[in-house]
Design a protein around this ligand. Structure first.
Ligand code: TRP
Length: 446
């Protein structure tokens, strides 16, 4: 084990880092459109229940295992294994998590690179470099490749500096800025014509949709991706939490921040889309649903900003800064997973590990960039829809079926002496043992 392990210096630092991981592109372009196309507040309601009933227990499993072992995912899972067979399983699950999260980062970096390009676009237009501006917003291999490298460089730069001077310091600066920009943008968009219609579409519940199985599946997938579960990200952040900290409480705060910012993002995105509709921008796709995902961010919204004249320049700058921040605080949490393993297990120095592993992931991103049509969707599907939920299931199995129940309790009691009698201990073990695995399996086979 490395001589001096990093640790978050305060509860605030941990909360910013962990909510920074959770709040990402998934919250801002996934949640709002998912909600609008699935019955508005009815989706919101279902999402809240699933996030707290299913994703929160799984988040707690990772945090507790991580803080107990104070180690990377592989070492941590092996330390709670009970025999040779489960030790082998631990190795396999931990390693699969490292590979999965590295691949998630490889596609996330491509999309994040677009955010930087779109951030530079209004700047280029201010200084009248119109040729450069249109290069920035045209989907081309060269542009994508360059911005993948820029984004990965920023990620590596932060991870090199370690837990306190890298992750915590940057998350503590970036997350408050993100919330500030988000609130500012919401305030502005609310003054525009059409905003209230968007708000209605977002918030008016259509309860006939709540029982729709597809809605449940979507909401659950969204909750798992959004809380960064199943690949050891939250486990490694948990391993940097002080032993004095009350785990159920900080876990709850992370989940609340994640859900809260997703809901806030909806107050921006949906009104903005209906303002765009009023300005003549196409916001529905061929099937009549709202345009979601990358199309929303790189076509609908930029078109709206262009329609706004001079103000639009500032709105575009603020919006793409927001997106870049959201991406960066997530991407560092992904790179930390393999880097922590290399540092602790192979005794590589952190700056070297960050650089080498970051370079390998950049290379994988570039391969995807050069074969975008064949690879991009494939990597997204295999990692987020297949690998991630399955690994999440195994984390639950480790926490509930393999680890000694008494040791779990001892771990929670550090920082929460009375945990034994608390509500958390009455409910969580049952959830993590039965409800979570079954729910994940159901969603998986959908
Ligand atoms: N949760 C982030 C988002 O909503 C993405 C993310 C960060 C992630 N770390 C992860 C997703 C680990 C899966 C696994 O965009």
């Amino acid at each position: 084990m490395a001589a001096a392990r990093g640790e978050f210096s305060s509860r605030f630092g941990f909360l910013m880092a962990a909510s920074g991981s959770a709040v990402g592109l998934g919250n801002i372009w996934g949640f709002p459109t998912n909600a609008a196309s699935n019955g508005g507040a009815a989706f919101l309601f279902t999402y809240l229940i699933l996030a707290f009933a299913l994703a929160y227990p799984a988040l707690m499993a990772e945090l507790i295992i991580g803080r107990h072992a104070r180690a990377n995912a592989i070492t941590a899972l092996r330390s709670i294994a009970s025999g040779p067979r489960t030790r082998l399983l631990a190795l396999f699950v931990g390693f699969a998590g490292i590979i999965t999260v590295s691949l998630i980062l490889s596609f996330y970096a491509i999309v994040s690179g677009w955010m930087i390009a779109y951030f530079l676009d209004p700047l280029a237009r201010i200084v009248q470099m119109d040729g450069f501006a249109s290069w920035l917003t045209q989907d081309a291999v060269a542009r994508n490749a360059i911005f993948v490298v820029v984004f990965m460089y920023m990620t590596i730069y932060i991870i090199r500096a370690g837990v306190k001077d890298g992750i915590e310091r940057w998350a503590s600066r970036l997350m408050p800025s993100l919330i500030f920009i988000l609130v500012l943008l919401i305030g502005y968009v609310f003054t525009l014509p059409g905003a209230m219609e968007g708000l209605r579409n977002y918030l008016l519940p259509d309860f006939s949709r709540v029982a729709d199985p597809q809605l449940l599946v979507d909401a659950m997938g969204q909750a798992f991706f959004s809380l960064s579960l199943g690949v050891g990200t939250m486990l490694i952040y948990g391993s940097y939490i002080s032993k004095e900290e009350n785990l159920p409480t900080v876990g709850t705060l992370v989940a609340l921040l994640d859900v809260g910012i997703a809901v806030l993002a909806g107050l921006l995105i949906l009104p903005a889309m209906y303002v765009a509709l009023g300005a003549g921008v196409q916001i529905f796709d061929a099937n009549g649903g709202l345009i979601a995902g990358p199309g929303l961010i790189v076509s609908v919204l930029p078109e709206l900003f262009n329609n706004m004249g001079t103000v639009g320049v500032f709105v575009a700058l603020a919006f793409f800064l927001l997106m870049t921040i959201a991406s960066l605080t997530s991407s560092i949490s992904m790179l930390e997973v393999p880097v922590a393993y290399a540092v602790e297990h192979h005794k590589v120095e952190r700056p070297r590990a960050a650089l080498i592993i970051g370079a390998i992931i950049t290379l994988i991103s570039l391969i995807i960039v050069f074969n975008f049509d064949q690879l991009f969707d494939l990597v997204v599907t295999v990692t987020t829809e297949m690998s991630q939920p399955l690994l999440g299931l195994f984390f639950c199995i480790f926490a509930a079926w393999i680890w000694q129940r008494n040791e779990v309790l001892q771990e929670i009691k550090q920082g929460s002496a009375n945990a034994e009698n608390g509500l958390f201990w009455k409910i969580w073990p049952f959830y993590i043992k039965f409800i979570c695995p079954i729910a994940i399996l159901i969603v998986y086979f959908q």
